[in-house]
Design a protein around this ligand. Structure first.
Ligand code: URA
Ligand code: SF4
Length: 192
């Protein structure tokens, strides 16, 4: 399958491949630097995201933005996307069927961006991207390599808002991301 940003975005805007299309206000394709070395993947749009058509713009998005700044980057340097592009009613987890229907778009996005590092925000992102049951409390901060891309599970920002005591561990994960990106940039600081 040959994908382009234009065809992907267009398809998502008109997509009716699963029932989540019925409840959406706006689909949330994703946003950011199309050549980002760092990508974030969440679960699916929440209330604010659904209204604005943009990922991570509600309370958990504000926290994510702060954490990106804390490792010396801007949101616009990164690419930010979700497993499902339409809001599950009441913010429930997407079903296996909904995730399966939507995952081609995310695959296309990863192929187009070709990030060096992907941060998986929460268990749902890990489950569908790594195709493994990951327990965030146990497995956060453990690197997974897939086809030359490094994936790091960490807490979903909404989990950190519910339980701020987890923020210290999440910060350790973000430092791993920062350090891996500088290691991958090589001794001369060149962008590969
Ligand atoms: N939670 C997510 O998983 N994704 C968003 O875009 C916003 C909140
Ligand atoms: Fe299409 Fe994904 Fe929205 Fe389902 S969630 S309608 S597959 S874009």
């Amino acid at each position: 399958m040959r994908v382009s940003w234009q065809s992907l975005t267009e398809e998502i805007r008109n997509c009716e491949k699963c029932d989540l299309c019925r409840g959406r206000t706006l689909p949330v394709p994703g946003e950011g630097n199309p050549r980002a070395e760092l990508m974030f993947i969440g679960e699916g749009p929440g209330f604010e995201e659904d209204r604005q058509g943009r990922p991570f713009v509600g309370p958990s998005g504000q926290l994510l933005t702060k954490m990106i700044h804390a490792i010396g980057r801007e949101r616009s340097d990164c690419y930010i996307a979700n497993v499902v592009k339409c809001r599950p009613p009441g913010n429930r987890n997407p079903s296996d069927e909904e995730a399966a229907a939507c995952l081609d778009y995310l695959r296309g996005q990863v192929l187009l961006v070709r990030p060096k590092v992907v941060v998986l925000l929460g268990r749902v992102a890990c489950k569908y991207v790594l195709r493994e049951e990951v327990y965030i409390t146990r497995d956060h901060g453990t690197w997974y390599e897939r086809k030359g891309i490094w994936f790091l599970p960490t807490f979903h920002p909404s989990a950190l808002l519910r339980d701020p005591a987890k923020k210290r561990e999440a910060w350790e994960d973000f430092k791993k991301v920062r350090d891996r990106l500088s290691a991958l940039a090589g001794p001369a600081g060149e962008d590969g």
